[in-house]
Write a protein that binds this ligand. Structure first.
Ligand code: FHN
Length: 452
């Protein structure tokens, strides 16, 4: 089938930047959690701050095409294929008829996340193509009514997550919807079947579907609601969602609803902000390759070492890491992802205490690695092993204990020299990617501006 390719080569980061190029509106006093105290907020965010590491899942009928349409490769993100290939709605609506991911096993997916050390999952309930990956009474353009599969994966995931103690969140594309009349499309509609009134679309599709997502999966699912690309959203339009969000006081909502709604979390996409977002909770979302949805040609996977170092860098700046997997049309996670997640999990098994529940480290920079903090413990992530066996830590506090997490029963020799704490390390690093030293220190960290 010939397809006109109109991809404009928008990388993920650029998409993120353009997505937020909206004027800032005054905070709406009707917005959820406006009057929350710091204590209430800390309690609401507690599990998320402890979790640090989550799995993002982009799964939809775009995994059928996996980056190809007819005999053409469609450049760009595989989940944008309908947009970038300018595929008419009636043609795209043929995809669901071929979507039968019989190998999908919610328990297996949750186990992959759990074994990786991930504490929460956020899955695409509806992406920009407008196809709902859940049972929806609002529109029959959904996985239960429009595919031979006829199962609701969100329901199965909710049950599996509950069993394993993993939190489940839903991604919902509230503004862009290329499958329902009136839904927004970046750069405009390409098929007259998409034309319609945006407010009517919000009232008839987006708001009621969010209500379904907030009502049909039990009292604690979704734990997170992850909006995206707020095209055309205004404060009035964002406010249509507020009464619903307020029905779930424990819900965590990201900052992409639009209309000036700040939400609970900043969401840098594909990059790590050098100093985090002081005073704000934040989460870097990132794919393991380039696409978010499954894309057959996209095999440029980040290495396990990169994934671990990203996680460490993010934690050292006080953020969470939401790492994406794009499962296949059969319902399987790509082997390359599973393998890497397993290896990250092996590292987390030993070093997890240096990540979970930590806050940013106290050092502006360290020549040999990164640091995280949990109360009176500092975790030194040594990525460049000192050739003389002495780790120089710009810290003047009294140290009561120092151990390598690989050998927690063996105390390391520590001494203070001026402003610097010197830790004696073994000749070789126990872990080539990142070995962690835990320092138990007294008082508040004293970090000299000019290390001695
Ligand atoms: O356009 C989407 C993209 O497909 C993907 O879902 C990412 C994930 O954060 N968000 C959008 C771009 O900002």
């Amino acid at each position: 089938m010939p397809v006109k390719v109109l991809f404009r080569g928008i990388p993920a980061v650029a998409l993120a930047v353009t997505a937020f190029a909206f004027p800032a509106f005054a905070a709406d006093t009707n917005a959820p959690n406006q009057n929350e105290t710091k204590e209430q907020r800390d309690a609401r965010m507690a599990w998320w701050r402890e979790a640090k590491f989550g799995m993002f899942i982009h799964w939809g009928v775009y995994s059928i095409s996996a980056g190809r349409y007819g005999d053409q490769e469609i450049p760009g993100l595989s989940e944008w294929i309908m947009h970038d290939g300018k595929i008419p709605l009636a043609e795209y609506a043929e995809f669901p008829k071929r979507f039968n991911p019989t190998k999908f096993n919610a328990e297996a997916w949750v186990k992959i996340a759990k074994d990786a050390g991930q504490k929460y999952i956020v899955i695409t309930a509806k992406h920009h193509d407008g196809f709902a990956m859940f049972q929806s009474k609002v529109s029959d353009y959904n996985i239960c009514d429009a595919t031979p599969f006829q199962r609701d994966p969100l329901k199965e995931l909710a049950a599996a997550c509950e069993k394993e103690g993993i939190k489940l969140g839903f991604y919902y594309s509230q503004a862009q919807d290329w499958g329902h009349p009136g839904g927004a499309a970046r750069d405009g509609h390409w098929d007259p079947a998409q034309d319609g009134d945006f407010d009517a679309y919000l009232d008839k599709i987006a708001v009621p579907q969010v209500q379904e997502l907030l009502s049909n999966y039990g009292p604690s699912v979704p734990a997170v609601l992850w909006f995206d690309t707020p095209e055309n959203m205004t404060p009035e339009r964002a406010a249509k969602f507020f009464p619903l969000l307020k029905t779930r006081p424990e819900l965590i909502v990201n900052n992409r609803l639009g209309g000036g709604f700040k939400g609970d979390t900043e969401t840098p996409e594909g990059f790590i902000p050098p100093n985090g977002f002081p005073g704000r909770d934040w989460e870097t979302c990132m794919t393991m390759n380039h696409s978010w949805g499954y894309c057959q040609r996209d095999t440029d996977w980040k290495s396990t070492a990169d994934l671990i170092r990203n996680l460490v860098e993010i934690a050292s700046e006080g953020g969470n890491y939401l790492l994406n997997v794009g499962p296949t049309r059969e319902g399987l996670m790509p082997e390359a992802c599973v393998e890497r997640l397993k290896q990250v999990g092996a590292w987390m098994k030993i070093n997890g205490e240096s990540i979970y529940g930590t806050t940013a480290g106290p050092f502006p920079n360290l020549s040999w690695g990164r640091a995280t903090r949990k109360g009176q413990e500092l975790f030194l992530h040594v990525q460049t092993w000192p050739s003389n066996g002495l780790l120089r830590v710009p810290l003047a506090n009294k140290i009561s204990a120092a151990v390598l997490l690989t050998q927690p029963d063996k105390q390391l020799e520590v001494r203070n020299e001026g402003n610097v704490t010197l830790v004696s390390l073994p000749a070789t690093a126990p872990d080539a990617v990142g070995s962690v030293v835990r320092l138990d220190f007294e008082g508040e960290p004293i970090v000299p501006t000019t290390p001695g």
